[in-house]
Design a protein around this ligand. Structure first.
Ligand code: PLP
Ligand SMILES: N[C@@H](CCOP(=O)(O)O)C(=O)O
Length: 401
């Protein structure tokens, strides 16, 4: 059994309502389970494949899910980069290995399943790219139409390609992501379309399983959990999920939740540094990491709680630091990620350089999206291929260059 509860004033709502904000205070809602009625043990979970649906007792879907086998992503030990940073226990959870190439699939398998469960006939989102790619994929899988609003000219080409190919109605607005989210929210309320951005409490339930998988893969709770932060849904979701495991008695402490933002788009970092009670929006966010080019994170209130309650921190990294880490992950570890994803590891490098980390810490960085999402940022950073005549002499000469 579960219900929807306002994260701010605690107002309670029935779970079958199509509701994204509290009717009393306007804040976001979260799914609250009767944990004492949930019957599950670690042994049962461990007998199932590693995936979002391993943890189905802690998810709201009651029927057959709309699924493409999301989750079960690899956890890589970053031996070389960790050694360079003086962090021998540094790991990356590669969420780019999900069906559409990002962590959003964990949310969409649950969110689109809930759309069907609630009898909704169409779905929509605003997106910096990955949410739209994922919604298009899961809308197609479910056989319901999807509408996606993108900030024109600011979405990586691979993500636009996915949304188009999977049959979503793709609309580019001359405005940024924050405006697109306001517009799609209004559209969904007026047209009865199911909104699947991270203000949807059910979607975030799927994303919390990143934390569960990491604990199952490591065999322990890491000391620190590091995520790139845009709209702040993912860091909030992982924290909520871990709190539930703690309440169930499956774990006895939480990792330090650590959020990393791009320097040109860092309202959460500013709020943490300055001890602000609420996050002040960045009006003109800008970064090469377009996935996290978000000035007014809608889940900021929850993210501040996650970071503060666990003794975590937030740090900002420049575009140069992000791209440098994207190359280092690719070339030193063989791990291909998009720029926003590299931000988590770049943030850890920065914190290590500042002496903010304990060398014995077990640190898990979530790398959120695949390299091929944003091929243009790759091409801009790399030398073009060497073109030669088709003869052996030219080939050998090219190898000497
Ligand atoms: C690749 C990637 N990384 C990180 C993020 C940030 O996640 P969140 O918005 O949940 O903070 C996003 C989307 O915002 C993303 O697409
Ligand atoms: N990076 C996201 C933007 C935030 O979307 P949300 O629905 O997760 O808040 C994207 O890929 O669009």
């Amino acid at each position: 059994m579960y219900r929807l509860v306002c994260v701010h004033c605690g107002a309670v709502y029935a779970p079958d309502q199509i509701l994204y904000n509290c009717r009393s205070c306007g804040h976001l809602l979260a799914v609250q389970y009767d944990l004492d009625t949930i019957s599950v043990d670690r042994k049962t979970w461990n007998q199932r494949p590693l995936s979002v649906w391993r943890y189905r007792e802690l998810l709201p879907v009651t029927g057959e899910p709309v699924t493409l086998q999301e989750g079960g992503t690899p956890l890589y030990h970053l031996k070389k980069l960790g050694a360079e940073m003086g962090l021998p226990h540094l790991y990356a959870k590669h969420e780019g290995m999900n069906p559409s190439g990002s962590f959003k699939d964990r949310g969409m398998t649950v969110g689109v399943s809930m759309a069907i469960q609630l009898g909704m006939k169409s779905v929509a989102c605003a997106s910096t790219g990955n949410t739209s790619a994922s919604l298009a994929v899961y809308g197609a899988r479910a056989g319901i139409p999807a509408v996606v609003l993108l900030p024109a000219g600011k979405v990586a080409i691979g993500k636009v390609a996915q949304a188009l190919m999977h049959g979503a109605k793709v609309i580019s607005i001359r405005g940024n992501f924050d405006r697109a989210l306001e517009m799609v929210h209004e559209l969904c309320l007026s047209e009865g379309i199911y909104l699947l951005n991270s203000i949807n409490p059910y979607r975030l339930e799927g994303q919390k399983t990143i934390g569960y998988e990491v604990i199952d893969q490591l065999g322990e709770v890491p000391d620190r959990f590091v995520l790139p932060v845009g709209n702040a849904g993912n860091i909030s979701a992982v924290y909520k999920g871990l709190r539930e495991l703690e309440s169930l008695g499956f774990i006895d402490h939480l990792p330090k939740m650590t959020g990393i933002q791009a320097a040109g788009s860092a309202p959460v970092v500013r709020a943490i540094r300055e001890g602000l009670a609420v996050v002040e929006a960045e009006m003109s966010p800008e970064t090469v990491a377009t996935a996290i080019r978000i000035g007014a994170p809608v889940n900021a209130e929850k993210a501040l709680v996650a970071i503060r309650e666990t003794g975590g921190t937030a740090e900002a990294v420049t575009d140069e630091e992000i791209l440098c880490m994207q190359r280092d992950l690719a070339r030193k570890e063989g791990i291909g990620v998009e720029p926003a994803s590299a931000a988590s590891v770049a943030g850890i490098r920065k914190l290590a350089e500042q002496g903010m980390l304990d060398r014995d810490e077990t640190i898990v960085c979530v790398v959120t999206g695949h390299l091929l999402k944003d091929p243009e940022s790759v091409i801009r950073q790399c030398e073009p291929p060497i073109e030669i005549d088709a003869d052996m002499q030219s080939l050998l000469a090219a190898l000497q260059r």
